[in-house]
Design a protein around this ligand. Structure first.
Ligand code: ATP
Ligand code: MG
Length: 260
């Protein structure tokens, strides 16, 4: 049976889709897992675009409207993972029945190791539908207090739904002194910070190039944190080997953060 994981955040634009796309690509290509990513952000769907899937005539919307089976809405990415896109057309929102989502998702369980759901931001209908269709949730935040506090608030809803938090992914960290540190985030939320992904222009660039950063450059600092995240989630032992240059660069970054 597959693990069903929602990638969730209360705030928009913190990196859910970027993390979903990379996590899927790493689990499929590096850890040989059977993975299907599902774009559950129906009003602002980006997942297929981020993966260079431009032509997807059958979407999750059409499945939720009852026009097609989910098996007909699956597209294969070059990394080996499967992707279920949502429609880019607003008119296809009409008649998309979110109550059908849990059954649609669970029908993919027998043929996958991981089903990863890219959620809409916040706690509106779409995000709740994705959470209710999952058993586990990965919480994404930036290292800014307001974003972390939103996680504390969201935990109440997660408890009510009965979805289990795997932990937190801190994204877009710059190391600036005003950002919350890993230990502070863990203390405030009571959850483990699994990975801290740096703010890196190459991640932004990879989105524009329609390729997960891990596939473009597996040695990028963000890619290495994403591998650490995928290893943690799949229970694979992984220790990052840093070159001397990387160790020195880390030291400079720490020193630099005191002056920022
Ligand atoms: N670590 C990072 N460093 C630099 N840019 C990043 C990083 N992570 C994500 N981005 C960029 O930030 C933008 C927003 O990311 P993304 O679309 O993944 O966020 P999201 O949480 O899915 O947004 P939404 O809530 O709208 O669905 C994208 O252009 C992406 O390339
Ligand atoms: Mg998104």
């Amino acid at each position: 049976m597959a693990r069903i994981i929602s990638v969730f955040s209360s705030k928009g634009g913190v990196g859910k889709t970027t993390i979903t796309a990379n996590l899927g690509a790493i689990l499929a290509s590096k850890f040989q897992k059977k993975v299907t990513l599902i774009d559950c952000n129906l009003t602002s769907s980006h997942l297929a675009l981020y993966l260079g899937i431009y032509y997807s005539p059958i979407t999750l919307n059409k499945v939720l409207r009852g026009d097609y089976q989910i098996s007909e809405a699956i597209y294969i990415h070059s990394s080996g993972m499967q992707v279920v896109p949502a429609s880019l057309s607003v008119t296809e929102l009409e008649g998309s029945d979110l109550l059908k989502l849990p059954n649609v998702i669970s029908s993919l369980e027998p043929t996958n190791d991981f089903l990863i759901l890219d959620s809409a931001p916040g706690l509106g209908r779409e995000a709740l539908a994705s959470l209710k269709s999952s058993r586990e949730v990965l919480l994404v935040t930036t290292p800014i207090v307001s974003s972390v506090l939103d996680i504390v608030r969201a935990q109440e809803v997660l408890r009510e739904i009965g979805v289990k938090p795997i932990g937190i992914v801190v994204n877009m960290a710059t190391g600036a002194s005003y950002e919350m540190r890993k230990e502070e985030i863990e203390q405030l939320t009571g959850l483990k910070v699994i990975a801290t992904i740096p703010y890196d222009k190459d991640v932004y660039r990879s989105t524009a190039l329609k390729q997960p950063i891990f596939l473009l450059n597996p040695n990028n600092r963000a890619s290495k944190e994403l591998v650490k995240l995928a290893a943690f989630i799949s229970g694979v032992e992984y220790s990052e080997k840093k070159s001397l240059f990387e160790k020195v660069a880390d030291k400079f970054r720490i020193i630099g953060s005191y002056f920022s």
